[in-house]
Write a protein that binds this ligand. Structure first.
Ligand SMILES: Cc1ncc(COP(=O)(O)O)c(C=O)c1O
Length: 372
């Protein structure tokens, strides 16, 4: 029986065909040089693993409070207090940053309310507002993949409810300049908007700290951070949200009836993660960034990433689109993602350099040969 008529129109209209075609092609590859994966290639630090194992052995298997374990909330609060001295947000533990994104949009958007964000964008930004009845207003980032406050200002309408920022960024690895974040914070203040700041890669910023809208408009910033990318535990589904009390309280109301709570054993492990020094890993990722950008520099046009683990180069001019280049790369055993997955334009491609250095070197050589 064809059951497609049971599916709601707004879900059926979410288009995942582009990425599906690429992964269908990828399924035919043997031993691909895989630069497609948006997760760290390092293992969870041993003390964090031990904390999860002990949590299970000690029987911490039941629900936690909806907000999260009090000790974890306290630990997160202490970290935020050290970074943002005068900020006193409400906070809650979420099921990854994805959980925080969904809850925040469900909590804040009335039907037809608009969310402004830059292009290129993280894939879920385009679907989530739509799925909860809101509307995406997509503004091209500038040539350096920085948000242009004037373009954001021009996109504001009486229906604008929030601005979504992401730094360090997926798919570009760009860290926003402080002056841009400040100008957008002022814009939000002038038009009474909420800023949702997706800072999932905040620990993976190589040269400088990634500026946060909390620095400029703490009263109207909802900060979303996660443990997955920073500690190699993406499947443990751990993140947190911090921000205005009315917003967090509403998010908790929805969490109570949906996710209920983040995984208990992972919350206990996250407490250990908060105390774990990841600076050596961050340095190793900085070195991978250098390896890849040096290998591609002569053949590709790109903005040098300052954080995360992605580069977003332009496809060589001889290919008609980003997708055409990616298909050729896949035929040559290198798996990358077409830029059209993250953008209204199909002109670029995304490399994830969260991979073994030998794989990175070989894959970059193939890409350079294709560009010749
Ligand atoms: C920018 C950005 N936000 C959110 C997420 C989702 O993170 P999580 O796995 O914590 O739900 C990702 C994952 O790739 C991401 O790149």
């Amino acid at each position: 029986m064809n059951a497609s008529h049971f599916v709601a129109d707004k879900v059926a209209s979410v288009d995942t065909s582009g990425i599906r075609r690429i992964f269908d092609m990828a399924a035919t590859m043997t031993g691909p040089l895989d630069l497609s994966i948006g997760q760290p290639d390092f293992d969870v630090p041993e003390p964090v693993k031990q904390a999860a194992i002990e949590a299970i052995r000690d029987g911490h298997s039941g629900y936690t409070p909806t907000r999260g374990l009090p000790a974890l909330c306290e630990g997160i609060g202490a970290h935020l207090g050290a970074e943002f001295a005068t900020w006193d947000p409400e906070l809650m533990v979420t099921c990854g940053v994805s959980g925080g994104l969904l809850l925040s949009l469900m909590a804040c958007l009335n039907p037809g309310d608009e969310v402004i964000y830059g292009d290129p964008y993280f894939v879920s930004y385009k679907s989530l507002p739509h799925l909860v009845g809101g509307r995406s207003v997509i503004v091209p980032l500038d040539d350096g993949f920085q948000p242009d406050p004037e373009r954001f200002a021009a996109a504001i309408t009486p229906r604008t409810k929030l601005i979504l920022l992401n730094s360090p960024s997926n798919p570009t690895g760009v860290v926003h300049e402080a002056a841009r974040v400040q100008a957008i914070a002022e814009l939000a203040r002038k038009h009474d908007l909420l800023i949702v700041s997706d800072e999932i890669y905040n620990l993976l910023s190589y040269e400088t700290r990634s500026p946060s809208p909390v620095d400029f408009a703490p009263e109207r910033t909802l900060l979303l951070r996660g443990f997955g990318k920073s500690y190699g535990m993406t499947g443990w589904r751990m993140g947190y949200a911090a921000g205005p009390s009315a917003v967090i309280t509403s998010m908790m109301k929805i969490q109570q009836y949906t996710f209920v709570c983040a995984p208990h054993m992972a919350q206990r492990a996250a407490l250990t993660a908060l105390e774990t020094d990841m600076s050596a890993t961050v340095r190793a990722y900085g070195a991978k960034r250098d390896l890849v950008t040096e290998a591609l520099a002569d053949k590709f046009e790109f903005v040098k990433p300052q954080g995360g683990f992605y580069v977003f180069p332009k496809a060589p001019a001889k290919f008609e689109s980003g997708t055409a280049f990616v298909e050729e790369a896949i035929r040559n055993n290198v798996l990358i993602i077409p830029g059209g997955v993250f953008s209204e334009q199909d002109t670029h491609f995304r490399i994830s350099y969260a991979a073994d250095n030998e794989v990175l070197t070989k894959a970059c050589a193939v890409l350079c040969a294709l560009a010749d």
